[in-house]
Each structure stands twice: as structure tokens, then as C-alpha cells.
Design a binder for this molecule. Structure first.
Ligand SMILES: [Mn+2]
Length: 287
């Protein structure tokens, strides 16, 4: 995606260099220590130079002294596009350099489910139009991100769908993927992205949950489950589940419509907890 741009990717196995001494650190799309853990020590030494640009509700105030947060933005890239416009002193986002617009378009498109989710707004469509005007290659981005499936991922999708259970009177759809499922499908841990959305095609379903078994974190560690939750926006009756409330009760966080957590439980125990917390919200619904 960043073809030719001077970008360096840092991963937990390839940590940020201790010698590097940046003038500023901008943290984008998160503001919580839980998600910044691999670089937490590195960041703490650069606290005075750190800034957050984010659109999530959650965040730890201690992460950075400057926090630019707009929870109404569909995507952090939408905020970054506007900041770039101001930094460059140009009239519109449509005048951004093409290589900058290109990567920002990907953030805007993927955070809105390619302009289908409830967070789509006139503002985000306008930003997307301007990013196209600036030269974002949307066809190439779609191929690079949405048409890169593997046989393993498709088999994993079959496993997930096969595990589907409808609970809470058909309002909650739960799918589970064990470590053995990944292994037998020849799939990598990251290959379950997007699967959580699939049961939303069932009309009665209000909340979808994908529970995945987390590999043991060392000798003697107990079971761990990763939870991904999605909820549909209010329908004709005006009912909707706030999945952020559910994951917060389990030590996680996110958005009203999309949230996640990691818990020290088996997948079956996790399902019971998710069901209990979702039905707390749906119990007040009439019909
Ligand atoms: Mn985001």
C-alpha cells in the first residue's frame, strides 16, 4: 500500500530502536495502553513529545499530553486528512499529495466497510471524494486489501459458519474458532478478520460474536479467549445493543457497534458471559 514511501514497520518482534530520537510521536487510531503495550516503555520515555489522533471513545489520559479526539469521525484517517490539509496550508483535501491521499483513502474505506456501515456520513463521503480527487487509486487498494483471500481463510470461514449458534431468541449469533481449527485449515491467526460480520445477514440477529482461542501465553497459563463483537444499528423498533458496554464489563472496549476484549476464560465460559451481558440489554425490549 505504501509503495515507495519512506515507511518503517515496527512489530512486537521488531521493536522500535532505542537510539531513535524523534521530534514528535503521533499515535493514531488508539489511545489506550492495552493496545500500545508492545511499545509502552518506549512511549513512556517520550511522553512530552507524544500526541494522540483518534476517534475511539476509550483512552487513557496518561498516554499523551496532547489528545485530538473526534468520536464523530468514521475513521482516524478522516481526522488525519484534515490535519494534513491544515499542516500543508492547502484549501481542500483534494490537493493533498497523491501518495498521502492513497493511504488515507484506505483507512476511510476500511473503517466504513467500504462505505456500507452506520458510521457513513456526508462528511466521510466528502473526504473520500476529495481523496479520490487527490489521486487515491481505489481499484488498486480494493485489490490489495479485499481480494487477497487464501484457501486457509476460506476454510476457516467454513469452520466459523459451521460453529454458528443462535442465542437470546435469535438475537445473538456466536461463532467459535479453536487453535485446532486454525491448524487444520492451514490458517494464520490474523486470517479471521471480517468473519464476525457474516451472521449479520440473518434478519433476527442484532449482535454477532466471534470467539477465538488465544495461544497459551507461557507455561502454566490458563485458557484465553479473544472476543470480537458487532451490533446492528437500531431498526424499525429502535432497539440496538451497545457492544462497547458488553466488552467494557469484560475489561475491553471499542465502539457502540464494534468492540472487543480478551478474557482469561474458555470459549464456552466466554459465550455464557457474552450471552448474559447481551441479554441484560435485550431483556428490556418488547418483542
Ligand atoms: Mn479506526
Amino acid at each position: 500500500v505504501c509503495d515507495g514511501a519512506p515507511v518503517r514497520v515496527i512489530t512486537p518482534s521488531d521493536p522500535p530502536p532505542t537510539y531513535s530520537d524523534p521530534d514528535a510521536v503521533v499515535i493514531v487510531d488508539t489511545g489506550s495502553w492495552s493496545q500500545l503495550e508492545p511499545v509502552q516503555e518506549w512511549l513512556k520515555g517520550r511522553h512530552a513529545e507524544a500526541m494522540i489522533v483518534d476517534h475511539h471513545v476509550q483512552g487513557d489520559e496518561a498516554v499523551a499530553p496532547v489528545r485530538h479526539i473526534d468520536t464523530k469521525s468514521a475513521s482516524a484517517c478522516q481526522i488525519v486528512a484534515e490535519l494534513c490539509r491544515r499542516v500543508l496550508g492547502i484549501k481542500s483535501i483534494g490537493e493533498l499529495p497523491a501518495e498521502v491521499a492513497h493511504v488515507l483513502y484506505l483507512g476511510v474505506a476500511s473503517d466504513t466497510g467500504w462505505f456500507r456501515h452506520s458510521n457513513v456520513s456526508p462528511e466521510v463521503m466528502h473526504a473520500a471524494a476529495e481523496l479520490l480527487r487527490a489521486g487515491a487509486d481505489h481499484v488498486r487498494l480494493y485489490q490489495l486489501t479485499e481480494q487477497q483471500s487464501t484457501a486457509g481463510r476460506l476454510k476457516l470461514q467454513a469452520r466459523a459458519l459451521d460453529s454458528l449458534r443462535l442465542l437470546d431468541g435469535g438475537r445473538l449469533a456466536v461463532m467459535m474458532l479453536s487453535l485446532r481449527d486454525y491448524e487444520s485449515c492451514g490458517a494464520e491467526p490474523g486470517e479471521s478478520g471480517g468473519l464476525v460480520d457474516l451472521p449479520q445477514t440473518i434478519p433476527t440477529v442484532q449482535v454477532t460474536a466471534l470467539l477465538t482461542e488465544v495461544p497459551p501465553q507461557g507455561a502454566g497459563s490458563g485458557p484465553m479467549t479473544k472476543i470480537s463483537l458487532r451490533s446492528k444499528p437500531p431498526g424499525a423498533r429502535g432497539h440496538a445493543v451497545d457492544v462497547n458496554v458488553v466488552t467494557r464489563a469484560l475489561g475491553g472496549g471499542g465502539h457502540v457497534r464494534a468492540a472487543g476484549a480478551r478474557v482469561a476464560m474458555t470459549m464456552e465460559q466466554t459465550q455464557a458471559e457474552v450471552l448474559r451481558l447481551v441479554s441484560q440489554q435485550t431483556a428490556t425490549w418488547n418483542g
